[in-house]
Design a protein around this ligand. Structure first.
Ligand SMILES: *Cc1c(COP(=O)(O)O)cnc(C)c1O
Length: 318
């Protein structure tokens, strides 16, 4: 893989201009019941049902005509694939999305219905990534990494700009964390624009790849287990060029939440806010409800996605 430089704040600001036409404004909702000055950034209402469209749009719009003609290949736990498929369809780019058999059928169907080819293989993200790399090697298509790419990180960082614009007084950001593209971009933007803001990541306790890798000081394999936070499942992959180092430098902490805590947060978001939120999108709220993060000033919790099957939604929150 070619290794590019980490993104900068100016890359995030440029991304914001570049992707604006593909992004919906999402509401910032007061949530006093979680703390006097807590608000929720409802990216579950974003185009494609998650923030991932931000990074996918910035990445695909950066491709030249030749690269666009050769198509793109993504590996995904669901939401990145859907975002890539959506943006690719709009640009007339052929998209292939590799998923593991663990990825919920509803998410696979959503990707197919946008016209992308879905390749199902293996029981985890790492195997799906290997399949994607093989297709890239055979076809000359461009690999669209779900998190470890400066263009993707800069795209996700546009969410940090939006939050700081809408809540200029913010002191603490609570952000769902898996591969770290979202939180690295958001922290880069928020800390660049508001020095002194703190950023805390939240992961599921079943296989928290970034948490374990930072604790060990090296890339660490996780055992992929079933979790309500399916969007956060999977390892960091065989190599990491950007997000691990950026998380090491930019994060003020990582908190882990249990399945029960995630379920409680999904129920809360439904009944108190009328929001349909998937497990991975609810982990920040889960940490606040569980008292694992105590807001001491103006706080924004990112609610990162809403793509949950009807069956899981009713079972957990009904
Ligand atoms: C991908 C995803 C995340 C985590 O993003 P990373 O960049 O991998 O840390 C969080 N929430 C949802 C809903 C996602 O789809």
């Amino acid at each position: 893989m070619t290794s590019r430089a980490d993104p900068s704040l100016s890359d995030v600001l440029a991304a914001r201009e570049c992707i604006a036409h593909l992004i919906r404004p999402t509401p910032l909702l007061a949530a006093q019941e979680l703390g006097r000055q807590v608000a929720l950034k409802a990216e579950c209402l974003q185009e494609t049902g998650s923030f991932k469209v931000r990074g996918a749009a910035n990445m695909l719009l950066s491709l030249d005509q030749k690269e666009r003609a050769a198509g793109v290949v993504a590996v995904s736990s669901g939401n990145h694939g859907r975002a890539v498929a959506f943006v690719a369809a709009g640009l007339g780019i052929r998209a292939t999305v590799c998923v593991s058999a663990r990825v919920p059928a509803a998410k696979q169907d959503a990707i197919r219905s946008l016209g992308a080819v879905v390749v199902v293989g293996g029981t985890g993200q790492d195997e799906a990534e290997a399949a994607a790399r093989r297709i890239v090697a055979e076809t000359g298509a461009t690999f669209v990494h779900p998190f470890d790419d400066p263009r993707v990180i800069a795209g996700q960082g546009t969410l940090g700009c939006d939050i700081v614009d809408e809540a200029p007084e913010v002191e603490l950001l609570v952000v769902p964390l898996s591969g770290g593209g979202l939180i690295a971009g958001v922290a880069l933007a928020a800390k660049g624009l508001r020095p002194g803001v703190r950023v805390i990541g939240v992961s599921q306790d079943r296989g928290p790849a970034m948490h374990d890798s930072l604790a060990a000081g090296r890339l660490t394999d996780v055992v992929e287990e079933d979790t309500l936070a399916d969007a956060l499942a999977g390892g960091l992959g065989p190599e990491n060029h950007h997000t691990m180092q950026m998380c090491r430098e930019l994060l003020d902490g990582i908190v882990l939440v249990s399945e029960e805590e995630i379920a409680a947060a999904m129920r809360h978001l439904r009944h108190a806010h009328g929001l349909r939120v998937e497990g991975g999108g609810a982990v920040g709220v889960a940490a606040l409800i569980a008292g694992k993060i105590v807001p001491t000033g103006p706080t924004v919790a990112v609610v990162s996605g809403g793509n949950v099957s009807d069956e899981t939604w009713e079972r957990v929150t009904g």
